[in-house]
Design a protein around this ligand. Structure first.
Ligand code: PMP
Length: 289
């Protein structure tokens, strides 16, 4: 399947029904299109099973709550919707995109309480997010934008509005031949990439930014638990950019990125070392276990 995402065969789950892929449309006066009243999830199914599916459904509901946009479905109903979409498209290894938004309604100003909260689930085949980098080590630019303070926007939500600077930073990175961009946060600490969390290795121990101003990824939490199970010390802490000079290895984690080794961030370089490879392999096994 290729080409434009709105012109494909298949079914999309939309507000409780499976509809033809090309008919899964919204009106131009959809509130979300104007004011970013939208939250979403990115998930992956492996061998017919969505990895950490319930956690993703819970996070979707939480993101809706954080945006004062209560999603009118339960975790169980969201689970059913996701599996119905997989089945209707005959996919067992797929990316799963659940999205909820304020639709068109009586409100067309900033307020949106009178507009319905709608939901859709689309699924499609999606291979390695960073292509070749998966093996060789991705090259990352440093974003000119900063992850914002939790006092300025609900940073724990997986909300569309938080991605505006991600898209801009990723465009700038790709124009320089990089796969992605690394963000610092509003205090100057190393934060995350545009769609993935980051880990570093030094002297056999792992360091990862404290998730107090960005999305605490489900993959991130999975990898921290896995490392601790392996008896490896993990420091979740504030990391200054200059510290990257002393880090030996680096990888990104995310549903789409899975575990992707990083070879370079700005002028800092890293080797694709044994621990990075071990974690990537262990994650591959875990998602299919
Ligand atoms: N940060 C951002 C900005 C993301 O978009 C993602 C991907 N959802 C992540 C981190 C990683 O989250 P997860 O492991 O839950 O996919």
């Amino acid at each position: 399947m290729a080409g434009s995402y709105d012109d494909r065969d298949g079914k999309i789950w939309l507000d409780g029904n499976l509809v033809e892929w090309r008919d899964a449309k919204v009106h131009i006066l959809t509130h979300a299109l104007h004011y970013a009243s939208s939250v979403f999830e990115g998930e992956r199914a492996y061998g017919g099973k969505i990895f950490k599916s319930v956690e993703h459904s819970q996070r979707l509901l939480k993101s809706g709550e954080l945006l004062d946009m209560p999603i009118p479905y339960t975790v169980e109903q969201i689970e059913e919707a996701k599996y119905a979409a997989l089945k209707a498209n005959n996919l067992s290894d797929a990316y799963v995109r659940a999205v909820a938004w304020r639709g068109a309604g009586e409100d067309m100003g900033v307020a949106s309480a009178r507009n319905p909260v709608r939901m859709a689930v689309a699924v499609w085949e999606w291979g390695a997010y960073y292509g070749d980098a998966k093996m060789k080590g991705a090259k990352l630019d440093i974003a000119k934008w900063k992850r914002p303070s939790p006092e300025t926007i609900p940073t724990a939500a997986k909300a569309a509005g938080l991605y505006m600077i991600c898209t801009m930073s990723k465009h700038a990175a790709e124009a320089k031949g990089c796969s992605d961009a690394m963000f610092m946060d509003y205090r100057g600490y190393v934060a995350e990439a545009t769609g993935a969390n980051v880990f570093f290795v030094k002297d056999g121990e792992v360091h990862t930014p404290l998730a107090d101003a960005f999305l605490n990824g489900i993959t991130r939490q999975t990898i921290i638990a896995m490392l601790r199970d392996k008896g490896i010390t993990v420091h979740e802490r504030h990391i200054m950019p200059e510290e990257m000079e002393g880090f030996e290895q680096c990888w990104l984690t995310g549903t789409a990125a899975e575990v992707t080794p990083v070879g370079q961030i700005g002028d800092y370089t890293f080797e694709v070392g044994a621990l990075t490879r071990d974690v990537a392999e262990s994650y591959e096994k875990l998602v299919r276990a």
